[in-house]
Ligand binder design. Sequence first.
Ligand SMILES: [Zn+2]
Length: 465
Amino acid sequence: MSDDDTGTLLIRSRRMVLPDGEREAAAFVRNGRVDAVGGYDLRRDADRTVDLGDLPLLPGLVDSHVHVNEPGRTEWEGFASATRAALAGGVTTICDMPLNSSPVTTTVEALRVKLAAAAGQCAVDVAFWGGAVPGNLPEIGPLLDAGVIGFKCFLVDSGIDEFPPLSREELRAAMTALAPSGAPMIVHAEDPAEVSDPADGSYDAFVASRPPVAERRAIETVISAAAFSGGRAHIVHLAAGDCAALIGSARAAGIALTAETCPHYLFFAAEEVPAGHTEFKCCPPVRYAVNREALWRALGDGAIDGVVSDHSPCTPALKGLAPGTEPGGDFRTAWGGISSLQLGLPVVWSVARRRGFTLADMARWMSAFPASLAGLPAKGQIAVGSDADFTAFDPDASWTVRGSELLHKHPVTPYDGRTLTGRVTRTWLGGAEVTPDGPPRGRLLARGGSVMSGGAAEGGNRLGG
Ligand SMILES: [Zn+2]
C-alpha cells in the first residue's frame, strides 16, 4: 500500500465514542471518510481490519487554539514540530493562530506566506485563523474568501507590537463585517483598564495584576459587540470561572456566544506554582483552586463549551529559564504561554475521570465543539460522511511526562514530571494509520473543510482513492 492510497478500513472497538455516546461499534472507511457505522460485528470487505477490543476509539481531537509561530518565529515552534506533537497526542486537526508568526495573519498576503511555509510539512490537518487588528477591516472579506476560519482579536496588549488590540468601536465594526459570514470572532478577553503592572516578580503578584474582573469587563464588551452586530463571538482561554454565569445568561438572551477553557486552568492551581517556574506563566493566569472548581462546574453544566490547548511556546531563554539550571524566571518579564499540545487529552482526562466525566464528554469538549467553532463539518465526530480521523486512547495507562521526550520544539512545559492517566496509543488521519515518524499527510483546510489551493501536501490528496 502506498502512502497516498489508504484503501478501505474496517475498525472495531468495544468502546467507540460516537456522537450519542460510547458503545460497541465498527466503522467502515472508504476514500478517507467514514462510509458506515454499525454494530461491532459489521461485515464489509475491507483492505485492512483493525480490532481494538476493549481499547476505546475516539474521534481525532481538534485543537482550535494553537500558536505554531511559523514563519518568523520558527525557533519557538513550527509546523513540522507542532503537528508531529499534535499527532502524538491524538490531535488530528489544529487551527493556527494569526500570531505569533511573522508576518501576523492580518492580510491575504500574509496568509499566503503562511500557507507556503506550512505546505508539505504538516503531520495533521491544519486550518488558519485570521487576525483582526486596527486598520485591517478591508481585509476581513478577502481573508474569509481566501479560507480563514474566522478572526482572532485582542482587547488587551498581545505582547506582539504588530498585533495591537481592538477598541470597543473597532470590535463592533469588525464583528459587523464578519457577521454575514457566520464565522466567529474569537476574543482574548481581558480589559486593559483592569490589568496592572505586577508589584514584584512572584507568581502571586502576577495573578493579582490580572484579576478575574479584567476578564469580566472584557466579556461584557464582547457581549455588547455581539448584540450590536448580530455576529458570533467566542471567548478564548476563559480562566475566571465566575464569568461562566455571565456567558450563560448572554446565551440565554439569544446572543451567539461560546467559550473555551484550557487544560492548564483545569489541572493546576496558583497555590502550587513554585517560585521562579515561569513555564506556568500565561495570560490570563492560572488562578486559585476555588476558581478551578468553578471552571469544572461550568464545563459540567455546559456554560463552557470546549477545552483546547492554547499551546503557545517560546524559547527557554524568553521564559528566563536557562537549560540545566534551577528555574529562576521572573513572572514580570517572562514570555507568557504554556506548552501542552501533545498533552491535552491525558491532562484533562486525568482530572475529568475522577469527577465522573466520560470519554464522550472528552470527545464533545475536545473534538466536536472545536470542529464546529472552526467551521469544519467533517471533523470532530465518528459519523457517516466524517473524515476518518481517529485516536485510540488507553484510559487507564499511567505515565510520567518528561518534557524532553515530547515532540514540541522545546522541552519546557509545566507538566514536566507530572504523572497522568490515559495515553494515546494509535492515531488515524483520513483512514491511514499515522505516526510522528511517518511522511506528513496533513492538508491545509479552509473554512468548510475544502483543501486550500497551493496547500495540498505531496500525497495529501486522499480523494483519489
Ligand atoms: Zn493563544
